[in-house]
Design a protein around this ligand. Sequence first.
Ligand code: NCD
Length: 322
Amino acid sequence: MSYQNLQLTQDGKLKHFLSIEGLNKSILNDILDTAESFTSITDRTIKKVPILRGKTVANLFFEASTRTRSTFELAAQRLSADILNLNINTSATVKGESLLDTIQNLEAMQIDMFVIRHQDSGSAHFFAQHVRPGVSVLNAGDGQHAHPTQAMLDMFTIRRHKQQFENLTVAIVGDIKHSRVARSQIHALNILNTGQVRVIGPQTLIPKDCETLGVQVYHDFDQGLKDVDVVIMLRLQKERMTGALLPSEKEYFQQYGLTSDRLKLAKPDAIVMHPGPANRGIEIESSVMDGNQSVILQQVTFGIAVRMAVMSMIASSSENEQ
Ligand code: NCD
């Protein structure tokens, strides 16, 4: 079964949210527009709407997370869902239970939506293939494959600052190879018809077939940064690196660290983004991270509204199906 068929209902609505690949521009714009309407809720004193009242969402994190896990939790709470946070370190999977057994046991607790982060690429799709009809799966990051809600909150942040995508040049910088965020961002930027998408990094950290994704590859940071509207910095994912892919952190910073001097090569109103967690002094200078072009903390805030949007769209499509 293709990713597209798995994610969408027969009339093209969101059933699961597994990857940006296979979605079209109108769904992505729907997510952004719906998220826009939810940002006003998060600003209110009473931050709740009843869209998921009576539904149970399970947060299933097999890998560490701060931002993604807590903003999914807040999003579910603000939609009035009951939320179950599963501590996987103490759960049955470490005692040898298979993923399939875990799914079946959780389903027996009548969960309506699973938010899953897992170290294996493809795990969210596997989950979606095995849950009962009417139960939905949201991918919160699977291996090096995809992190679709992160990409959508990044698109939301870009649209908020730049209004459109068609005339923009966006650069994604650093460890593209191990980044599920970069992969999802590239798909989203292309679907939204972004003027130009560049990836910048050392040869060892850029996948060989990267150009086939519709991006321009640069190994020279200064060249790649010239006149960009948006700079997205990525963390060096050392936990996923096997062998020596890098000279030293100091040298990496010299070549690929975003300093305030370097940032002058981009357009004067360029915004600086980072999905977090950021390594200060390795891929980004502290003064840039805290500087007035940085929208890094806004990304975190927008993550709540974007996750509310995806959950509510899924809830309305599963209601129509029943
Ligand atoms: C990213 C992830 O987990 O893929 N972080 C996030 O979700 N905010 C990126 C990273 O770990 O570097």
